[in-house]
Design a binder for this molecule. Structure first.
Ligand SMILES: Nc1ncnc2c1ncn2[C@@H]1O[C@H](COP(=O)(O)OP(=O)(O)OP(=O)(O)O)[C@@H](O)[C@H]1O
Ligand SMILES: [Mg+2]
Length: 262
């Protein structure tokens, strides 16, 4: 049975999608089977994993709308990368119509729909990583209701760190509403750090004071990451990516330690 981890931050651009797909990549490289669920109507994780929308595939929108046990198995698809470990990553993609699910939030038990859909569907994976949209609204609540663990990422900037704290604090405040009493916040990744920027130094130190040992590590600001995301490439296909591959591999080691096998 997969352990499910929702990756979030209330703020846009906090590098949620990058962390999701690069963790998936590093975990797959380490031999783990990983399902990525794109819970953002922007569909960035889907595109960056090389998935192409032909408008016929099932996506998170259909899965959530169905409101039926196990239905997510009908939307699990291969990714478009061609590297050796890509076969260990699968995807439930999203497209813009996922936005329509947000308006169903008021319906009885609506926040449980992703959890229902995943029942039995992700059993053959080690981990399910859920890429959340930049909000704590219904789509993120669907993810948090289905997840075992919540992980945050933040840029080393005031508003982003504040929004990561909001995401962390939202969890204990909502456990009952989300019918998920065991959901646990496990960590924070600082993404896009530039040591030459005074504000980044200050926010890194502030985040360490606030989150303590839960700060898993720091991903430096690197154009290799932007380019890999831009061209929907695995890092192994990107020139001069050894440094960033090592950073995500270290984060994956911490992930494996913090997220016990089910
Ligand atoms: N360490 C890094 N260094 C430089 N650029 C990065 C780094 N990590 C991610 N990026 C880039 O920053 C941009 C924003 O990242 P990303 O899309 O992952 O953020 P997000 O939190 O998912 O955004 P949204 O809130 O829109 O979903 C992307 O162009 C991505 O390639
Ligand atoms: Mg994103």
């Amino acid at each position: 049975m997969a352990q499910r981890v929702a990756i979030g931050n209330n703020k846009g651009g906090a590098k949620k999608t990058t962390l999701t797909i690069r963790l998936a990549e590093a975990l797959a490289k380490a031999g783990k089977r990983v399902l990525v669920i794109d819970m953002d109507p922007q569909g960035d994780a889907s595109r960056r994993l090389g998935w192409t929308d032909d408008m016929t595939q099932n996506t998170t929108s259909e899965v959530v709308f169905a409101n039926a046990d196990g239905v997510a198995s009908q939307a699990i698809q291969p990714i478009g990368w061609e590297c050796e470990y890509a076969s260990r990553i699968a995807l439930i993609p999203s497209r813009f119509t996922l936005e329509d699910r947000a308006v169903e939030a008021g319906q009885k038990g609506a926040w449980r729909r992703l959890r229902r859909a995943l029942a039995g569907a992700d059993d053959h994976f080690d981990y399910t990583l859920i890429d959340c949209p930049p909000s704590l609204g219904h789509l993120t609540q669907l993810a948090l209701s289905a997840a075992d663990f919540a992980l945050a990422t933040t840029e080393p900037e005031h508003d982003s760190v504040k929004a990561a704290i909001k995401y962390r604090d939202f969890i204990p405040a909502s456990l009952e509403d989300l019918s998920n009493p065991d959901l646990k916040f496990i960590g924070l990744v600082i993404s896009g750090y530039d040591q030459r920027v005074g504000a980044h130094q200050g926010q890194l130190s502030g985040a360490r004071d606030t989150f303590g040992d839960l700060v898993w590590g720091v991903v430096p600001e690197r154009s290799t990451i932007v380019n890999a995301d831009e061209y929907a490439q695995p890092l192994c296909d990107v020139k001069d990516s050894a440094e960033v591959r090592a950073v995500f591999e270290l984060l994956a080691e911490r992930f494996i330690k913090e997220v016990p096998a089910a």
